[in-house]
Design a protein around this ligand. Structure first.
Ligand code: CTP
Length: 399
Protein backbone atom coordinates (compact mmCIF):
# COMPACT_ATOMS: atom_id res chain seq x y z
CA UNK A 1 0.00 0.00 0.00
CA UNK A 2 3.01 2.27 -0.29
CA UNK A 3 2.40 5.49 -2.25
CA UNK A 4 -1.26 5.46 -1.23
CA UNK A 5 -2.73 8.28 0.81
CA UNK A 6 -5.63 8.23 3.22
CA UNK A 7 -7.51 10.87 5.21
CA UNK A 8 -8.87 9.68 8.52
CA UNK A 9 -11.79 11.66 9.94
CA UNK A 10 -12.37 11.21 13.67
CA UNK A 11 -15.68 12.26 15.20
CA UNK A 12 -16.69 12.60 18.84
CA UNK A 13 -17.40 9.17 20.26
CA UNK A 14 -15.66 7.14 22.93
CA UNK A 15 -14.25 4.78 20.27
CA UNK A 16 -12.07 7.68 19.07
CA UNK A 17 -9.22 6.15 21.04
CA UNK A 18 -9.20 3.17 18.65
CA UNK A 19 -8.56 5.54 15.76
CA UNK A 20 -5.04 6.07 17.14
CA UNK A 21 -4.27 2.39 16.58
CA UNK A 22 -5.73 2.61 13.09
CA UNK A 23 -3.35 5.47 12.26
CA UNK A 24 -0.45 3.40 13.56
CA UNK A 25 -1.44 0.47 11.33
CA UNK A 26 -1.88 2.73 8.29
CA UNK A 27 1.52 4.34 8.79
CA UNK A 28 3.13 0.93 9.37
CA UNK A 29 1.68 -0.24 6.05
CA UNK A 30 3.38 2.70 4.32
CA UNK A 31 0.20 4.74 3.78
CA UNK A 32 0.54 8.55 3.89
CA UNK A 33 -2.05 9.44 6.54
CA UNK A 34 -3.60 12.78 7.47
CA UNK A 35 -6.15 13.21 10.24
CA UNK A 36 -9.08 15.61 10.51
CA UNK A 37 -11.07 15.77 13.73
CA UNK A 38 -14.33 17.35 14.79
CA UNK A 39 -14.20 19.66 17.81
CA UNK A 40 -16.04 17.04 19.87
CA UNK A 41 -13.49 14.37 18.93
CA UNK A 42 -10.75 16.52 20.52
CA UNK A 43 -12.56 16.15 23.87
CA UNK A 44 -11.94 12.39 23.69
CA UNK A 45 -8.41 12.30 22.31
CA UNK A 46 -5.79 14.93 21.72
CA UNK A 47 -4.81 15.98 18.16
CA UNK A 48 -1.23 15.67 19.39
CA UNK A 49 -1.61 11.87 19.55
CA UNK A 50 -2.55 11.74 15.87
CA UNK A 51 0.16 14.25 14.92
CA UNK A 52 2.79 12.12 16.59
CA UNK A 53 1.52 8.91 15.01
CA UNK A 54 0.92 10.23 11.50
CA UNK A 55 3.80 12.69 11.28
CA UNK A 56 1.34 15.23 9.83
CA UNK A 57 -0.45 18.25 11.20
CA UNK A 58 -3.99 17.46 12.34
CA UNK A 59 -6.83 19.78 11.37
CA UNK A 60 -9.65 20.17 13.84
CA UNK A 61 -10.55 23.82 13.32
CA UNK A 62 -11.75 25.13 9.98
CA UNK A 63 -10.48 28.62 10.87
CA UNK A 64 -7.03 27.68 12.14
CA UNK A 65 -4.60 30.17 10.58
CA UNK A 66 -2.16 27.27 10.05
CA UNK A 67 -4.43 25.56 7.49
CA UNK A 68 -3.57 26.09 3.87
CA UNK A 69 -6.36 27.80 1.95
CA UNK A 70 -8.77 25.29 0.47
CA UNK A 71 -7.39 22.33 2.44
CA UNK A 72 -10.99 21.26 3.04
CA UNK A 73 -11.41 20.94 -0.73
CA UNK A 74 -7.99 19.54 -1.66
CA UNK A 75 -7.60 16.85 1.01
CA UNK A 76 -10.46 14.65 -0.13
CA UNK A 77 -9.58 15.13 -3.76
CA UNK A 78 -5.94 14.25 -3.49
CA UNK A 79 -6.36 11.19 -1.25
CA UNK A 80 -7.03 7.63 -2.41
CA UNK A 81 -9.52 7.04 0.38
CA UNK A 82 -11.32 8.94 3.14
CA UNK A 83 -12.16 6.95 6.28
CA UNK A 84 -14.40 8.25 9.05
CA UNK A 85 -13.83 6.17 12.19
CA UNK A 86 -15.62 6.41 14.50
CA UNK A 87 -18.56 7.99 12.68
CA UNK A 88 -21.17 9.21 15.18
CA UNK A 89 -24.95 9.28 14.59
CA UNK A 90 -24.72 13.06 14.35
CA UNK A 91 -22.00 13.00 11.70
CA UNK A 92 -23.88 10.36 9.69
CA UNK A 93 -27.05 12.48 9.85
CA UNK A 94 -25.14 15.54 8.68
CA UNK A 95 -23.61 13.74 5.74
CA UNK A 96 -26.93 12.16 4.73
CA UNK A 97 -28.39 15.67 4.54
CA UNK A 98 -25.43 17.30 2.83
CA UNK A 99 -24.54 19.58 5.75
CA UNK A 100 -21.06 21.02 6.01
CA UNK A 101 -20.37 23.18 9.06
CA UNK A 102 -16.80 22.26 9.97
CA UNK A 103 -13.57 21.12 8.35
CA UNK A 104 -14.33 17.38 8.35
CA UNK A 105 -17.89 17.61 7.02
CA UNK A 106 -16.98 20.07 4.25
CA UNK A 107 -13.96 17.94 3.31
CA UNK A 108 -16.16 14.81 3.05
CA UNK A 109 -18.74 16.72 0.97
CA UNK A 110 -16.04 17.90 -1.43
CA UNK A 111 -14.18 14.57 -1.60
CA UNK A 112 -13.77 12.75 -4.88
CA UNK A 113 -12.04 9.81 -3.16
CA UNK A 114 -14.14 6.90 -1.97
CA UNK A 115 -15.48 7.25 1.57
CA UNK A 116 -15.48 4.47 4.14
CA UNK A 117 -17.71 5.11 7.16
CA UNK A 118 -17.24 3.11 10.35
CA UNK A 119 -20.25 3.91 12.55
CA UNK A 120 -19.85 3.46 16.32
CA UNK A 121 -22.50 4.37 18.88
CA UNK A 122 -25.00 3.07 21.40
CA UNK A 123 -27.20 0.27 19.97
CA UNK A 124 -30.44 2.20 20.24
CA UNK A 125 -28.92 5.15 18.42
CA UNK A 126 -27.67 2.81 15.70
CA UNK A 127 -30.97 0.96 15.36
CA UNK A 128 -32.98 4.19 15.47
CA UNK A 129 -34.94 4.36 12.19
CA UNK A 130 -33.47 7.83 11.51
CA UNK A 131 -29.90 6.56 11.73
CA UNK A 132 -30.75 3.50 9.63
CA UNK A 133 -32.44 5.70 7.01
CA UNK A 134 -29.41 8.02 6.96
CA UNK A 135 -27.04 5.08 6.49
CA UNK A 136 -29.30 3.79 3.70
CA UNK A 137 -29.12 7.18 1.98
CA UNK A 138 -25.35 7.27 2.25
CA UNK A 139 -24.99 3.72 0.91
CA UNK A 140 -27.24 4.61 -2.01
CA UNK A 141 -24.89 7.47 -2.82
CA UNK A 142 -21.80 5.28 -2.87
CA UNK A 143 -20.52 5.59 0.70
CA UNK A 144 -19.06 2.31 1.95
CA UNK A 145 -20.43 1.53 5.39
CA UNK A 146 -18.67 -1.01 7.60
CA UNK A 147 -21.03 -3.01 9.76
CA UNK A 148 -20.42 -2.16 13.45
CA UNK A 149 -19.46 -5.02 15.75
CA UNK A 150 -21.74 -6.58 18.33
CA UNK A 151 -20.75 -6.75 22.00
CA UNK A 152 -20.13 -4.72 25.15
CA UNK A 153 -20.52 -0.95 24.68
CA UNK A 154 -19.09 1.96 26.67
CA UNK A 155 -22.59 2.83 27.90
CA UNK A 156 -22.67 -0.46 29.80
CA UNK A 157 -25.07 -2.28 27.48
CA UNK A 158 -24.50 -5.08 25.02
CA UNK A 159 -25.47 -4.97 21.36
CA UNK A 160 -24.49 -3.71 17.92
CA UNK A 161 -22.61 -0.42 17.72
CA UNK A 162 -18.98 -1.22 18.48
CA UNK A 163 -16.32 0.24 16.23
CA UNK A 164 -14.79 -2.70 14.32
CA UNK A 165 -11.29 -3.56 15.54
CA UNK A 166 -8.58 -1.47 13.85
CA UNK A 167 -7.14 -4.62 12.21
CA UNK A 168 -10.55 -5.33 10.65
CA UNK A 169 -10.86 -1.76 9.39
CA UNK A 170 -7.33 -2.11 7.98
CA UNK A 171 -8.35 -5.26 6.12
CA UNK A 172 -11.22 -3.34 4.50
CA UNK A 173 -8.84 -0.48 3.67
CA UNK A 174 -6.38 -2.90 2.06
CA UNK A 175 -9.19 -4.23 -0.11
CA UNK A 176 -10.36 -0.75 -1.09
CA UNK A 177 -6.81 0.27 -2.00
CA UNK A 178 -6.08 -2.89 -4.00
CA UNK A 179 -6.73 -3.13 -7.72
CA UNK A 180 -9.86 -5.23 -8.26
CA UNK A 181 -8.19 -7.07 -11.12
CA UNK A 182 -9.46 -10.51 -10.09
CA UNK A 183 -13.12 -9.44 -9.88
CA UNK A 184 -15.34 -12.05 -11.47
CA UNK A 185 -12.82 -14.89 -11.01
CA UNK A 186 -13.88 -17.68 -8.69
CA UNK A 187 -11.20 -19.45 -6.67
CA UNK A 188 -11.08 -22.58 -4.59
CA UNK A 189 -7.98 -22.70 -2.36
CA UNK A 190 -7.00 -25.53 -0.03
CA UNK A 191 -4.66 -24.90 2.89
CA UNK A 192 -3.09 -26.38 5.98
CA UNK A 193 -2.44 -29.97 6.91
CA UNK A 194 -4.94 -32.77 7.10
CA UNK A 195 -5.13 -35.01 10.13
CA UNK A 196 -5.95 -38.71 10.43
CA UNK A 197 -7.15 -40.02 13.79
CA UNK A 198 -5.54 -43.12 15.28
CA UNK A 199 -7.85 -43.32 18.26
CA UNK A 200 -10.09 -40.85 20.15
CA UNK A 201 -7.05 -38.92 21.51
CA UNK A 202 -4.27 -39.29 18.92
CA UNK A 203 -3.80 -38.39 15.30
CA UNK A 204 -1.22 -38.23 12.50
CA UNK A 205 -0.51 -34.94 10.76
CA UNK A 206 2.33 -32.84 9.28
CA UNK A 207 4.02 -29.48 9.92
CA UNK A 208 2.03 -27.37 7.46
CA UNK A 209 0.89 -24.10 9.12
CA UNK A 210 -1.56 -23.10 6.37
CA UNK A 211 0.07 -19.67 5.97
CA UNK A 212 0.78 -20.00 2.25
CA UNK A 213 -2.77 -21.09 1.37
CA UNK A 214 -4.33 -18.43 3.61
CA UNK A 215 -2.13 -15.75 2.02
CA UNK A 216 -3.34 -16.83 -1.43
CA UNK A 217 -7.00 -16.86 -0.36
CA UNK A 218 -6.65 -13.44 1.25
CA UNK A 219 -4.75 -11.99 -1.72
CA UNK A 220 -7.37 -13.23 -4.20
CA UNK A 221 -10.20 -11.83 -2.06
CA UNK A 222 -8.45 -8.44 -1.68
CA UNK A 223 -8.23 -8.18 -5.43
CA UNK A 224 -11.94 -8.81 -5.88
CA UNK A 225 -12.01 -12.59 -6.46
CA UNK A 226 -14.69 -14.84 -4.96
CA UNK A 227 -12.89 -17.31 -2.78
CA UNK A 228 -13.74 -20.62 -1.14
CA UNK A 229 -11.06 -21.65 1.35
CA UNK A 230 -11.02 -25.31 2.36
CA UNK A 231 -8.69 -25.69 5.30
CA UNK A 232 -7.36 -28.39 7.54
CA UNK A 233 -6.75 -27.49 11.21
CA UNK A 234 -4.55 -24.39 11.64
CA UNK A 235 -4.01 -21.61 14.18
CA UNK A 236 -5.00 -18.96 11.62
CA UNK A 237 -8.06 -16.73 11.39
CA UNK A 238 -9.85 -17.14 8.03
CA UNK A 239 -9.52 -14.01 5.86
CA UNK A 240 -12.54 -11.71 5.81
CA UNK A 241 -14.98 -12.24 2.98
CA UNK A 242 -14.01 -15.78 1.99
CA UNK A 243 -16.37 -18.76 2.18
CA UNK A 244 -14.65 -20.93 4.75
CA UNK A 245 -14.87 -24.72 4.97
CA UNK A 246 -13.10 -26.44 7.81
CA UNK A 247 -12.08 -30.09 7.37
CA UNK A 248 -9.93 -32.64 9.17
CA UNK A 249 -9.17 -35.70 7.08
CA UNK A 250 -8.11 -36.13 3.44
CA UNK A 251 -11.44 -37.83 2.71
CA UNK A 252 -13.35 -34.84 4.16
CA UNK A 253 -11.22 -32.44 2.13
CA UNK A 254 -11.88 -34.49 -1.01
CA UNK A 255 -15.64 -34.44 -0.44
CA UNK A 256 -15.79 -30.67 0.11
CA UNK A 257 -13.47 -29.92 -2.81
CA UNK A 258 -15.45 -32.12 -5.21
CA UNK A 259 -18.74 -30.61 -3.99
CA UNK A 260 -17.51 -27.06 -4.42
CA UNK A 261 -15.26 -27.23 -7.48
CA UNK A 262 -18.04 -27.22 -10.08
CA UNK A 263 -18.52 -23.48 -9.78
CA UNK A 264 -14.92 -22.25 -9.77
CA UNK A 265 -12.44 -21.03 -12.39
CA UNK A 266 -9.20 -21.60 -10.50
CA UNK A 267 -8.25 -24.34 -8.05
CA UNK A 268 -5.09 -23.87 -5.99
CA UNK A 269 -4.16 -26.86 -3.85
CA UNK A 270 -1.76 -25.52 -1.26
CA UNK A 271 -2.84 -28.04 1.39
CA UNK A 272 -0.37 -30.65 2.59
CA UNK A 273 -2.62 -33.70 2.39
CA UNK A 274 -1.63 -36.87 4.22
CA UNK A 275 -1.06 -39.59 1.65
CA UNK A 276 -1.91 -42.39 4.10
CA UNK A 277 -4.28 -42.99 6.99
CA UNK A 278 -4.45 -45.72 9.61
CA UNK A 279 -6.35 -48.72 8.27
CA UNK A 280 -8.42 -48.64 11.41
CA UNK A 281 -9.28 -45.99 13.96
CA UNK A 282 -9.29 -47.63 17.40
CA UNK A 283 -12.66 -47.00 19.10
CA UNK A 284 -10.93 -46.57 22.50
CA UNK A 285 -7.60 -45.06 23.48
CA UNK A 286 -4.89 -47.49 22.36
CA UNK A 287 -3.07 -49.09 25.28
CA UNK A 288 0.65 -49.77 25.59
CA UNK A 289 1.32 -53.30 24.30
CA UNK A 290 4.90 -54.46 24.78
CA UNK A 291 7.94 -52.91 23.12
CA UNK A 292 6.69 -52.83 19.54
CA UNK A 293 3.50 -51.62 17.92
CA UNK A 294 2.74 -51.88 14.21
CA UNK A 295 0.46 -49.49 12.47
CA UNK A 296 -1.06 -50.46 9.17
CA UNK A 297 -1.65 -47.54 6.82
CA UNK A 298 -3.79 -47.40 3.71
CA UNK A 299 -3.63 -44.93 0.86
CA UNK A 300 -5.67 -41.72 0.85
CA UNK A 301 -7.25 -40.43 -2.34
CA UNK A 302 -5.06 -38.02 -4.30
CA UNK A 303 -7.51 -35.14 -4.61
CA UNK A 304 -5.46 -33.12 -7.06
CA UNK A 305 -4.82 -36.09 -9.34
CA UNK A 306 -8.58 -36.76 -9.36
CA UNK A 307 -9.28 -33.14 -10.34
CA UNK A 308 -6.63 -33.36 -13.06
CA UNK A 309 -8.13 -36.59 -14.41
CA UNK A 310 -11.67 -35.23 -14.53
CA UNK A 311 -10.88 -31.78 -15.90
CA UNK A 312 -14.20 -30.48 -17.12
CA UNK A 313 -13.17 -27.69 -19.41
CA UNK A 314 -9.98 -26.20 -20.71
CA UNK A 315 -11.05 -22.94 -19.06
CA UNK A 316 -10.33 -24.07 -15.52
CA UNK A 317 -6.84 -23.45 -14.11
CA UNK A 318 -5.42 -26.12 -11.85
CA UNK A 319 -2.46 -25.25 -9.62
CA UNK A 320 -0.59 -27.66 -7.35
CA UNK A 321 2.14 -27.29 -4.77
CA UNK A 322 5.14 -29.56 -4.38
CA UNK A 323 6.88 -29.45 -1.02
CA UNK A 324 10.12 -31.37 -1.43
CA UNK A 325 13.23 -32.12 0.55
CA UNK A 326 15.27 -33.41 -2.44
CA UNK A 327 15.27 -33.35 -6.27
CA UNK A 328 12.94 -30.35 -6.20
CA UNK A 329 12.57 -29.72 -9.90
CA UNK A 330 12.40 -33.33 -11.05
CA UNK A 331 9.80 -34.20 -8.42
CA UNK A 332 7.72 -31.10 -9.11
CA UNK A 333 7.83 -31.71 -12.87
CA UNK A 334 6.72 -35.30 -12.34
CA UNK A 335 3.72 -34.14 -10.27
CA UNK A 336 2.80 -31.46 -12.79
CA UNK A 337 2.59 -34.08 -15.54
CA UNK A 338 1.12 -36.92 -13.51
CA UNK A 339 -1.65 -34.74 -12.03
CA UNK A 340 -2.34 -32.93 -15.33
CA UNK A 341 -1.81 -29.41 -13.90
CA UNK A 342 -1.34 -25.99 -15.49
CA UNK A 343 1.20 -24.87 -12.91
CA UNK A 344 3.02 -26.26 -9.95
CA UNK A 345 4.65 -24.22 -7.20
CA UNK A 346 7.74 -26.02 -5.99
CA UNK A 347 9.39 -25.28 -2.69
CA UNK A 348 12.29 -26.81 -0.86
CA UNK A 349 10.98 -27.42 2.66
CA UNK A 350 14.37 -28.46 4.00
CA UNK A 351 15.39 -24.74 4.02
CA UNK A 352 14.97 -22.97 7.36
CA UNK A 353 13.59 -19.79 5.73
CA UNK A 354 11.06 -21.33 3.33
CA UNK A 355 8.12 -23.71 3.40
CA UNK A 356 6.57 -25.00 6.61
CA UNK A 357 6.00 -22.88 9.74
CA UNK A 358 7.78 -19.70 8.55
CA UNK A 359 6.50 -16.39 7.12
CA UNK A 360 8.72 -16.44 4.03
CA UNK A 361 8.94 -18.69 1.04
CA UNK A 362 11.15 -19.12 -1.98
CA UNK A 363 9.45 -20.93 -4.81
CA UNK A 364 9.90 -22.01 -8.38
CA UNK A 365 6.86 -22.03 -10.66
CA UNK A 366 6.79 -24.72 -13.35
CA UNK A 367 4.34 -24.55 -16.25
CA UNK A 368 2.75 -27.19 -18.44
CA UNK A 369 4.70 -25.92 -21.49
CA UNK A 370 8.03 -26.55 -19.76
CA UNK A 371 8.76 -22.97 -18.67
CA UNK A 372 10.14 -22.36 -15.20
CA UNK A 373 10.28 -19.13 -13.16
CA UNK A 374 11.99 -18.50 -9.86
CA UNK A 375 10.62 -16.12 -7.23
CA UNK A 376 13.33 -15.15 -4.70
CA UNK A 377 12.97 -15.36 -0.94
CA UNK A 378 10.02 -13.16 0.05
CA UNK A 379 7.07 -12.97 2.46
CA UNK A 380 4.33 -15.48 1.71
CA UNK A 381 1.98 -12.55 0.89
CA UNK A 382 4.34 -11.54 -1.92
CA UNK A 383 4.62 -15.12 -3.19
CA UNK A 384 0.80 -15.23 -3.19
CA UNK A 385 0.60 -11.93 -5.11
CA UNK A 386 3.15 -13.15 -7.68
CA UNK A 387 1.29 -16.41 -8.14
CA UNK A 388 -2.05 -14.60 -8.54
CA UNK A 389 -0.50 -12.27 -11.16
CA UNK A 390 0.55 -15.30 -13.19
CA UNK A 391 -2.83 -16.99 -12.82
CA UNK A 392 -4.54 -13.81 -13.98
CA UNK A 393 -2.26 -13.60 -17.00
CA UNK A 394 -2.92 -17.24 -17.87
CA UNK A 395 -6.69 -16.71 -17.50
CA UNK A 396 -6.63 -13.64 -19.74
CA UNK A 397 -4.63 -15.44 -22.40
CA UNK A 398 -7.06 -18.32 -22.19
CA UNK A 399 -4.21 -20.82 -22.04
N1 CTP B 1 -2.39 -33.58 -2.98
C1 CTP B 1 -3.72 -33.93 -2.96
N2 CTP B 1 -4.13 -35.09 -2.39
C2 CTP B 1 -3.23 -35.92 -1.80
C3 CTP B 1 -1.86 -35.59 -1.81
C4 CTP B 1 -1.48 -34.40 -2.41
O1 CTP B 1 -4.54 -33.17 -3.49
N3 CTP B 1 -3.64 -37.04 -1.23
C5 CTP B 1 -1.97 -32.34 -3.65
C6 CTP B 1 -1.36 -31.31 -2.70
O2 CTP B 1 -2.35 -30.42 -2.21
C7 CTP B 1 -0.34 -30.61 -3.60
C8 CTP B 1 0.07 -31.67 -4.59
O3 CTP B 1 -0.96 -32.67 -4.57
O4 CTP B 1 -0.92 -29.56 -4.33
C9 CTP B 1 1.39 -32.32 -4.30
O5 CTP B 1 1.39 -32.79 -2.98
P1 CTP B 1 2.62 -33.61 -2.39
O6 CTP B 1 2.29 -34.10 -1.04
O7 CTP B 1 3.88 -32.81 -2.58
O8 CTP B 1 2.71 -34.78 -3.46
P2 CTP B 1 2.30 -36.26 -3.51
O9 CTP B 1 1.63 -36.46 -4.83
O10 CTP B 1 1.57 -36.68 -2.31
O11 CTP B 1 3.71 -36.94 -3.61
P3 CTP B 1 4.78 -37.32 -2.47
O12 CTP B 1 4.09 -37.19 -1.14
O13 CTP B 1 5.12 -38.72 -2.83
O14 CTP B 1 5.91 -36.35 -2.65
Amino acid sequence: MEKKSVILGVTGGIAAYKAAELVRLLVKAGVETKVAMTQNATKFISPLTFEALSGNKVVSDMWDAGNAAMDHVHWGQEADLVIVAPATADFIAKMAHGLGDDFLSTMVLAASARILLCPAMNSRMLLNPMTQANLGTLRKHGYIVMEPGDGGLACGTDGPGRLPEPEDIMEEVRKLLSPQDLAGLRFLVTAGPTIEPLDPVRYMTNRSSGRMGYAIARGARMRGGDVILVSGPTQLVPPRGVVFESVNTAEEMRRVVLDRCGSVDVIIKAAAVLDYRPKEKAPQKMKRKGDRQTLELIENPDILAELGRDRVSGRRILVGFAAETEDLLANAKGKLQRKNLDMIVANDVSRHDAGFEVDTNSVKILYRDGRMEELGLMPKESVAAGLLDRIKEMWEKGT
